[in-house]
Design a protein around this ligand. Sequence first.
Ligand code: URA
Length: 209
Amino acid sequence: MQFDLFDETQNKVLDAKTYAEFKEELVKSNCSKCTLSQSRTHIVVDRGNPNAQVVMIGEGPGENEDLQAKAFVGRAGKLLDEMMKEIGFDTNGESLIMNVVKCRPPENRAPKQEEVNACNPFLKKQLALIKPKIILLLGAVALKHVIEGKKEFSMGREAGSFFEHPDFPGVKLMVLYHPAFILRDPRKKPVMAEHLKRFKDYWDGAKAQ
Ligand code: URA
């Protein structure tokens, strides 16, 4: 039997008792579970507040994220922050933003299924430690990989409504357009703004209870 040195390192990450410990161990692990490790600069764990009750999940780090080791700090992230600010929501203070894969796919291509599978235990551990009340799925790639069995769908139909899923008991989920999609097609911005308002109204109501 081959001895896999990374198993031990991975177990340390997955055995973490606190989010801070998880993050530290994952960064330290120098993970090589998939080939994205060969071209990445940094493992990108998240951005925002680990005590927040709202989690946003994107696709994977881009160039800026890879260089700065922080999620959504490029043009798409700036647009996300700006649109959230317009509804009175502070992304850094009130949410924790993470991705389906923690290392940048070359040329910003979508992550492959085997890369998502390799990284999935880390995403699951993040969610288990944070215990969010709301999960916002940013874009089709996040929806496809976070919701088991979701393969064929139309974003036009999925985006903007809350749903629940047995894998996430007690959590409200909402799919949103990915901000990079809005950068490519700004005509969709008012629709996304409407979806964000719906999220904010729900969240304000839930907090008041
Ligand atoms: N796009 C994503 O999906 N995630 C990031 O962190 C940045 C851009």
